[in-house]
Design a protein. Sequence first.
Length: 157
Amino acid sequence: MIEEQATVVEVNAEQIIVQTLRKSSCNSCGANKACGTAVLSKAIGQKHSLVTIPKAKNVQPNLSPGDQVIIGINESMLLNGSLLAYMAPLGGMIGFALMASWLGEILGWGGELHIIASAFIGLFAGLFVSRVSITKGCHRSDFLPVLVKKLQSIATQ
């Protein structure tokens, strides 16, 4: 389980909305001062993401806005989604280009324009397939983030 700390923004009957801070690994590298990515990260600033977590049927801790919680997502589902997002477009592009090359040899087409055009068509077909698959998968319960635990709040006196 990949876990992340978040702040509760809203709690209603069906879901919990939390806010997470997008982290950059730029502060952990020795080349921080000479790296363009680190400079860009500092210029853009920190970004927040809102995440919706469906309430589970089991007992949920009593949450209110401002509470700190740990949320998690199944790492195998994240890996499968990442593979699908990257491999479907790449596979479509290579597959369509190879098919166009083979078909061009059979039909006696010269040049490479049909191969390049087919590669782009395959890329966009792969993007479409991955988008449709991931969109359908987003509604599966194992793709959704879960509330792992509520962190102990420190009462100020």
